[in-house]
Ligand binder design. Structure first.
Ligand SMILES: [Zn+2]
Length: 434
């Protein structure tokens, strides 16, 4: 096991439809004959980055791991602090199992890994929250002094004043990942650039900008393979190129809390501040979670249910389906403190605003309100894909479908370890017999 290496590159929002282009660019073209693949990997509900990546490292659905949104706060109009720290995850991750088996671990910008004691070389997807320096913010989210000095600091010039901007932030991520490979040779390295996702939000599902994102990913993949070669572990490394969700183009954005306020479920004062509330819609893009102030209040629950059904019937609200928490848990493995889940009609995204206008303009400053986004049921829209190559992968093995919950146990199998009790299973058909 200790002589096995796995590199997982999650190219946020990369889809099966991108594979034709990617496979012709030099990084993948050079290994294409040796790949094992899954055409379409069905994501989880909601198809949102942090819930998805938590599934990709635990092998369980959000109903078990507990990450159901990107953001921490229930009530804010725009994006507040995100869920950065590992202690928010209720289940064991592949990093925990790797450490238990005596392996070394690393992650660069993998979501919800902040302060994870089982990641030896860690740079969390974290950004300055209150004007602190980049160096300090990575220290605050669990990077060791060794990682700060040897990996982060020499590359910070790429990131300074460019946090969350693509491709600068992603170039930083990839250079740090390459440097971790050559400096430390971890058995497991998980990496998460988000340039393709960012371009899809800004310009739509398919565009020249998105294609340029595939070219950037190609360059970074080649750098990663060269780093593994420089480290002397290329022929011992299994690479996985994966992603978390697709996206769908949207036509409009609706502020459902405006309608809840008009039905008396949110009490808004003349300055637009919330005085009191019974129910609140928390947007996840093309779905939303509805929270009650008192989830045990049966009267409030029925009042909210009636209001949501009336709003859905207006059609202009853009609601396709409404699930109770129980229905969402049973049908879609999504559970939590919320009382209802609202699913899009297919082209409407939702915002948290509680003051009119009801229909909101496109807004590229937030992932939920651009030209395309996600959050919808995982069987909808274009699907993520999986491409693997390396000493344990079976040349030419292609599955038409698998599930995001299968990924963590599959990465574990490549490391020679097991993850018992996951919702998914290792994709044995992709591996050579040992
Ligand atoms: Zn994502």
């Amino acid at each position: 096991m200790k002589d096995r290496y796995v590199v997982v590159l999650s190219a946020d929002a990369m889809i099966f439809e991108d594979v034709e282009t990617m496979s012709q660019l030099y990084a993948l073209a050079g290994v294409w004959d040796r790949t094992a693949r899954v055409d379409r990997v069905q994501s989880i509900y909601p198809t949102i980055t942090y819930p998805c990546h938590t599934t990709m490292m635990t092998g369980v659905y959000p109903g078990r791991h507990g990450i159901v949104q990107n953001e921490q706060q229930l009530m804010c109009v725009r994006s507040g602090p995100w869920i950065h720290m590992r202690d928010a995850v209720k289940e064991k991750t592949i990093f925990d199992y790797a450490k238990e088996n005596g392996l070394t671990t690393a992650a660069v910008f993998w979501p919800v890994t902040g302060k994870d004691p089982n990641i030896d070389y860690l740079i969390d997807e974290y950004w300055p929250q209150n004007g602190e320096s980049s160096e300090q913010c990575f220290r605050d989210s669990g990077s060791s002094e060794e990682v700060i000095e040897k990996i982060a600091k020499p590359n910070l010039k790429m990131l300074e004043n460019r946090h969350r901007q693509h491709p600068w932030a992603d170039a930083f991520v990839m250079q740090c990942a390459c440097d971790i490979l050559t400096e430390f040779k971890p058995n497991l390295l998980m990496i998460h650039p988000a340039n393709i996702d960012g371009y899809r939000h800004q310009t739509g599902l398919f565009s020249p900008k998105v294609t340029s994102g595939l070219h950037e990913t190609n360059l970074w993949l080649s750098q990663l393979m060269k780093a593994a070669d420089d480290a002397g572990i290329l022929d011992k490394t299994d690479f996985f190129l994966v992603s978390d969700h697709g996206q769908m183009n949207i036509r409009r954005c609706i502020a459902l809390n405006v309608l809840l306020a008009e039905k008396g479920l949110i009490d808004v004062d003349e300055n637009g501040n919330i005085r009191d509330w019974t129910a609140f819609v928390r947007s996840g893009g093309l779905s939303a979670l509805v929270y009650l102030k008192d989830p045990d209040d049966k009267e409030a629950l029925e009042k909210t249910r009636t209001a949501l059904e009336e709003i859905k019937a207006t059609e202009t609200a853009g609601i396709g389906e409404i699930f109770t928490e129980k229905e969402a848990r049973e049908k879609h493995h999504l559970g939590g403190e919320f009382s209802f889940v609202i699913e899009t009609d297919g082209y409407t995204t939702f915002s948290n605003d509680w003051v009119r206008p009801l229909v909101r303009p496109q807004d590229n400053s937030d992932y939920r309100f651009g030209k395309a986004t996600h959050g919808y049921l995982p069987e909808k829209g274009p699907q993520p894909t999986l491409i693997a190559w390396g000493p344990h992968m079976k040349t030419g093995a292609v599955l038409s479908k698998a599930y995001l919950v299968d990924e963590a146990p599959t990465f574990a199998k490549a490391l020679g370890i097991e993850m018992p009790g996951t919702d998914g299973s290792a994709l044995d058909a992709l591996f050579v017999e040992e």
